[in-house]
Design a protein. Structure first.
Length: 225
């Protein structure tokens, strides 16, 4: 399972070690968080996390809060762990976007089997990352980082950047961009594209130079460094 990194968040060090040891035996890479706040920090700083295991009862931010915050940015698989087995808790967890719900105590081998099955089931939804010098695009999470810092893009700005990078090295006309990103036939003013390109470049800072203007045509995404 090379390339799979799992985040475990649990305030019990013994539980973290138990789960971590079993996952590592299966070949998974593991990072650990002792509370909800640390879990969110690690999730936001490690773009290659493939799956998250969250204990519900943690100090600071509980597992529900962490799950809710992760779901705002990503569809990454999430497994919730809890000492309570009430049906209402499970329903609540699923309503927040959790994929699996396991009650303590549990068999580590069963947890590993659930992880393996969940990764198979959600394989097409795993994070797809595009990387360029100083820039990273998480397609599934719809997150862009410049020099390690997340930048705030509107949905259309993100779609525009994704379209440009999908056609890296290809000169695209304003009409092509309008038809593909705005999803309608071009009937008039192409300044919409120019305005969004200008805003996108500004937010990308020094990496805005990756978007080249093609005179009398449109734009091209190309990294020459």
């Amino acid at each position: 399972m090379s390339g799979v990194k799992i985040l475990i968040a649990d305030d019990e060090a013994r539980m973290r070690k138990l789960v971590s040891d079993f996952l590592k035996k299966e070949g998974y890479a593991v990072i650990e968080a002792e509370d909800g706040k640390k879990a969110l920090e690690l999730f936001n700083s490690h773009s290659d996390i493939t799956l998250v295991i969250l204990d519900v009862m943690m100090p600071g931010y509980d597992g529900w809060t962490v799950c809710r915050e992760i779901r705002k940015a990503s569809r990454i698989p999430i497994i919730m762990l809890t000492a309570r087995g009430e049906e209402s808790d499970e329903v609540f967890g699923f309503s927040l976007g959790a994929d699996e719900y396991i009650s303590k105590p549990f068999s580590p081998t069963i947890l590993v089997a659930r992880v393996r099955a969940l990764l198979r089931r959600t394989g097409n939804n795993a994070k797809k990352i595009k990387t360029y010098p100083g820039m990273e695009i998480d397609e599934s999470g719809r997150v862009v980082r410049i020099n390690g810092e997340k930048i705030e893009l509107s949905p259309k700005e993100f779609d525009l950047l994704l379209y440009l990078t999908a056609n890296e090295g290809i000169a695209l006309s304003r009409e092509q961009i309008l038809n593909s990103v705005w999803d309608y036939d071009y009937f008039g003013d192409a300044r919409t594209v120019d305005t969004h390109i200008k805003k996108l470049r500004l937010k990308m800072g020094d990496k805005g130079r990756y978007i080249h203007t093609i005179r009398s045509l449109g734009y091209k995404f190309e990294v020459s460094e």
